[in-house]
Ligand binder design. Structure first.
Ligand code: HEM
Length: 400
């Protein structure tokens, strides 16, 4: 067996996007692979098979999110209060409390606003001449507006949220993360203080919004504490922004790189947009990995996992598992079935914002495809250097 080795813990590995060739090698030759690491010493298991990701995420008795957290990186103080880093029953309590802000009714109610925001964004972008960067002009704004709306952040404060979230997620990237970990920690403190002021203002003056629901909601006599609320705002600001933004940019790039699929979609937006969005999610997989920690000995694909080991699951790799997706490397907007796991392996942490994200993505592409039918790529794409997010920083486009 020829061996391959690529440093998955090094952000520069992702300079040209996720290392799909390595993922394929891993799935075929070492589906449970011990990745030694100085940065995350002594290392971590890398699981790349679709069925293993699902099994690991569902087996909360063996694989913990709280012991060690959901990332390889240290996430800073207070993040053990974040639902992403918790196990049942604490996680269940928090999830049930915040799920009230994400009911299908709440999400449906947001659609007109999301559509109006997408229209405004596309209108403004179309005013620009020459080469336009798709990322700030099309993709970045909508998720931000939606989170801000969800949280009732006033319009003039929205760009603060954007900057904090950029600093938090791009700590390793030279462009976004100037200041690195220190800037990320500072951004999280600022965000906490901002969240606290939002919560205080809703307690004084309740409005018909999620923040009011969250800071006043009681479930079996339970309420979110201030710190839980602040940490939840931080989670939403990162989880809801970067993921959706990069799916929109990554989905557009996939259309540019597969012009026959782009044409096919333009000819039948009504019939093909739903499966196209799922295919973008599978193909792009904006979240690259999450981590669990073994809290008892276990075995994956014949490998001995020892209590205390960090175990990572790689969504982008699992979403191209040939055992589940025929021609998995091919971007096919009509793919069916398409049970991708870009939102997680259907365990208790399954993405809380999945329906909201899908609605945003769909509405944005409806606007882009309907109103800018002759968009084309006009320069090199630049990828985000992050081990967590499959991101695109710049995607130059022009309108023919
Ligand atoms: C394309 C967009 C998105 C992708 C690909 C994505 C992906 C994910 C993934 C992979 C997880 C972890 C699942 C697991 O461990 O089983 C997750 C969790 C989460 N996501 Fe998303 N997400 C997206 C958008 C959003 C949005 C728009 C929001 C909210 C506004 C959101 C909020 C959350 C929250 C709160 C969690 C933690 C849930 C928990 O721990 O119980 N996400 N997401």
């Amino acid at each position: 067996m020829q061996t391959m080795s690529i440093a998955l813990d090094d952000p520069t590995t992702y300079m040209n996007g996720p290392p799909h060739e390595f993922y394929t090698w891993l799935r075929n030759e070492a589906p449970a692979y011990w990745h030694a690491s100085e940065k995350f010493a002594p290392g971590f298991w890398v699981c790349t098979k679709y069925s293993d990701v699902i099994a690991i995420e569902r087996d909360v008795k063996t694989y913990s999110s709280s012991s060690g957290g959901a990332l390889l990186e240290d996430q800073g103080e207070g993040t053990d209060m974040m639902m992403l880093n918790q196990d049942p029953p604490q996680h269940t309590r928090l999830r049930n409390l915040v799920a009230r802000g994400f009911t299908p009714k709440v999400i449906r109610g947001m659609e007109p606003h999301i559509r109006e925001a997408a229209r405004t964004i596309v209108d403004a972008a179309m005013q620009r001449d020459g080469v336009v960067d798709f990322v700030p002009n099309f993709a970045a704004e909508l998720p931000l507006v939606v989170i801000a709306q969800l949280l009732g952040v006033p319009y003039e404060d929205r760009h603060k949220l954007f900057e904090w979230s950029n600093k938090l997620i791009g700590a390793n990237d030279p462009e976004y993360g100037a200041g690195g970990l220190e800037a990320a920690l500072e951004a999280s403190m600022e965000l906490y203080m901002y969240a606290q002021s939002l919560a205080d203002s809703r307690r004084d003056r309740p409005l018909d919004d999620i923040v009011t629901t969250l800071v006043t909601a009681e479930l079996d006599g339970e309420k979110l504490s201030d710190i839980e609320f602040n940490v939840f705002v931080l989670l939403l600001s990162v989880a809801g922004n970067e993921t959706t933004r990069n799916l929109i940019s990554g989905g557009m790039l996939a259309l540019f790189e597969n012009p026959e699929q782009y044409e096919r979609l333009k000819e039948d937006v009504d019939g093909l947009l739903d499966p196209a969005v799922d295919e973008m999610l599978r193909y792009v997989s904006p979240v690259m990995y999450f981590r669990r920690t073994a809290i008892r000995d276990a075995e994956v694909r014949g490998e001995q996992i020892t209590e205390g080991d960090a175990v990572t699951v790689w969504y982008g790799a699992a979403n191209r598992d040939e055992e589940v997706f025929p021609d998995a490397q091919v971007f096919d907007i009509g793919r069916s079935p398409n049970e991708h796991i870009a939102f997680g392996g259907r365990g208790p942490h399954y993405c809380l914002g999945a329906s909201l994200a899908k609605m945003e993505i769909k509405v944005m592409f409806e606007e882009v495809l309907g109103r800018v039918p002759k968009m084309r790529q006009a320069g090199q794409v630049e990828h985000l250097q992050s081990t967590l997010i499959n991101g695109i920083k710049h995607l130059p486009v022009e309108y023919a």
